[in-house]
Design a protein around this ligand. Structure first.
Ligand code: FE
Length: 139
């Protein structure tokens, strides 16, 4: 079996099934992809932090986000404490690098090599449905 389907966690699956929306569950626990331009965080520009929707691990901050035009939230860097896992994904006739939360194995999206060079040239293409955005407190 190729990558793309996160490990089933019997201890936490019940909580996720009850708490996550259908699209959040489909993306994170079944390795799905939200349709482009539909995610709630694609155009999010406020300052704040992005956490895993399943386990709450800190994954990205707003300083790492940029507008790629690809239709999903894009980040050039992950948070230094995130430790996001990378797996080869050969589904859909492509060879891609899938990224998953190290805390709970949630599928997040993929990472590509066409990001901004001044930040290392990577583009984390992440489903909005896998993220919990917490905006900074208003001044
Ligand atoms: Fe997680």
């Amino acid at each position: 079996m190729s990558s793309g389907t996160p490990k089933f966690d019997p201890e936490r699956d019940g909580e996720w099934r009850s708490r996550l929306s259908p699209i959040q569950y489909y993306v994170t626990r079944e390795g799905g992809t939200e349709r482009p331009m539909t995610g709630a965080l694609n155009m999010e520009d406020r300052g704040g932090d992005y956490f895993c929707i399943c386990c709450g691990s800190l994954l990205f901050t707003s300083e790492m986000k940029f507008h790629s035009g690809c239709g999903w939230p894009a980040f050039h860097t992950e948070h230094p404490d995130a430790g996001i896992r990378r797996l080869e994904d050969t589904t859909h006739g492509m060879v891609r690098v899938e990224v998953r939360c190290s805390g709970c194995d949630a599928h997040l999206g993929h990472v590509f090599e066409d990001g901004p060079m001044q930040f290392g040239g990577e583009r984390y293409c992440i489903n909005s449905a896998s993220l919990d955005f917490v905006p900074e407190a208003e001044e």
